[in-house]
Write a protein that binds this ligand. Structure first.
Ligand code: 13P
Length: 313
C-alpha cells in the first residue's frame, strides 16, 4: 500500500461532502452523478502505475460501474486495492470546547466482516483535531477509538489506515502544529499499544506539520524537517508505512512536502501520499458533470497522481 513509488487515492468523501463539492462545481448531486464521477476516477487509464489503493465510501463500495462490475471488483482487476471508510463522522466532545470525537464503533465488527467478504483490503477511520482544541483528553479519546477500530480491522483481516488529522485551518505557526501533532500521535501510539494492535499491519495517515493556511508559508524543507522530527519522536519504527493526507494544501505544495520528506535520510518507514483533494479537485472541476469532459478530467487526475508518486521516489 505504501511502497513501490505508489500511494493511495482518497475518493471516500461522504455522500454529504461529495454532494456539496459537486454543487460547488455546478453539478446537480445525485447517486448516479456520484457513481459516474467515481467511475471516471477509478478507470483513468494507467492509474495503477501511481496508485496502489483507492478509498471508497459505503455508497460507492456497493455501486456498479457501467460495465456491471462492482467498484471493489473493478479496482482489484485494475491493480488497485479497494478500501472502505468505516467511521460515521464526528460529534462534539462534551466539556471540551470545539473538540470532536469520531463515531462508528457500534456494529463495526459485523460491518467489517461484510466489507471483507465483498473484497475490502483495507479500511480508514479519520479523527480530527483543531490545533488549539486538541487537549490531552481529546487526543486520548480519539486515540482510544482509533485503536479499537484498528484492532477490529486486524481481527477481520483488513489493514487499518489510522488517520489522526490535525487541521491546518487557521493562522497558527509551525511550532503550534508540531506541538499538537506530537501530542496527538504520542497518545495514539499509547492506545494502539494498549489495544494490542500489530503495528507492522497498519498504515498511519497523518497531516504534514505546517503553519496554518492563513499564516505565512514556510519552505517545504522546513515542513519536511518539522514533520520528520514529530514522527521520529512518536511513530515506532515497526510501522511500515506512512501515507499523508493533503489537508487543503495545494497539489504543488503537498507534493513538495512529500518530495522533501522522502529525501530525509534514516527514515525507518516508507512515506507516500493518501491525498484526496490534492489529487481529485482538478478532475471534478474539469468534468463538471459532463461525460464529454471525462477524458480531460482523467488526464488531470493522472497528472496529479504521477506528480505525487514521483515525489515519493
Ligand atoms: P485530503 O487529502 O483532501 O485532506 O483528504 C484525505 C482524506 O482522506 C481525509 O480523510
Amino acid at each position: 500500500m505504501t511502497g513501490g513509488g505508489r500511494g493511495i487515492l482518497a475518493a471516500d468523501e461522504s455522500v454529504r461532502t461529495m454532494s456539496a463539492r459537486m454543487k460547488a462545481e455546478g453539478v446537480p448531486a445525485s447517486e448516479a452523478a456520484r457513481r459516474d464521477y467515481r467511475e471516471l476516477l477509478l478507470t483513468a487509464g494507467g492509474l495503477a502505475e501511481s496508485v496502489s489503493g483507492i478509498i471508497l465510501c459505503d455508497e460507492t463500495f456497493g455501486q456498479r460501474l457501467s460495465d456491471g462490475r462492482t467498484f471493489p471488483e473493478a479496482a482489484r482487476e485494475l491493480g488497485v486495492l479497494p478500501g472502505i471508510k468505516v467511521d460515521t463522522g464526528t460529534t462534539p466532545l462534551p466539556g471540551h470546547d470545539r473538540a470532536l470525537v469520531t463515531e462508528g464503533l457500534d456494529g463495526l465488527g459485523a460491518r467489517l466482516a461484510s466489507y471483507a467478504e465483498r473484497g475490502a483490503a483495507f479500511a480508514k477511520w479519520r479523527a480530527v483535531f483543531g490545533v488549539r482544541s486538541a487537549d490531552t483528553y481529546t487526543a486520548r479519546a480519539n486515540g482510544h477509538t482509533l485503536a479499537r477500530y484498528a484492532a477490529l480491522c486486524q481481527q477481520h483481516g483488513i489493514v487499518p489506515i489510522v488517520e489522526p488529522e490535525v487541521l491546518c485551518d487557521g493562522d497558527h505557526g509551525l511550532p503550534a502544529c508540531a506541538e499538537t501533532t506530537h501530542r496527538v500521535l504520542g497518545r495514539l501510539f499509547e492506545e494502539l499499544d494498549l489495544a494490542g494492535v500489530e503495528l507492522t499491519g497498519i498504515v498511519l495517515k497523518p497531516n504534514f506539520v505546517t503553519p496554518g493556511l492563513a499564516a505565512p508559508a514556510v519552505a517545504p524543507s522546513a515542513v519536511a524537517a518539522a514533520t520528520f522530527e514529530v514522527l521520529d519522536g512518536t511513530v515506532p519504527p515497526a510501522v511500515p508505512g506512512i501515507a499523508f493526507l493533503s489537508g487543503g494544501h495545494r497539489t504543488v505544495d503537498a507534493c513538495a512536502f512529500l518530495r522533501e520528506l522522502s529525501a530525509v535520510p534514516g527514515r525507518p518507514w516508507q512515506v507516500t501520499f493518501s491525498f484526496g483533494r490534492a489529487l481529485v479537485s482538478d478532475a471534478l472541476h474539469l468534468w463538471a458533470g459532463d461525460a464529454a469532459n471525462a477524458p480531460r478530467a482523467q488526464e488531470a487526475l493522472l497528472r496529479n497522481c504521477r506528480e505525487a508518486a514521483e515525489a515519493t521516489r
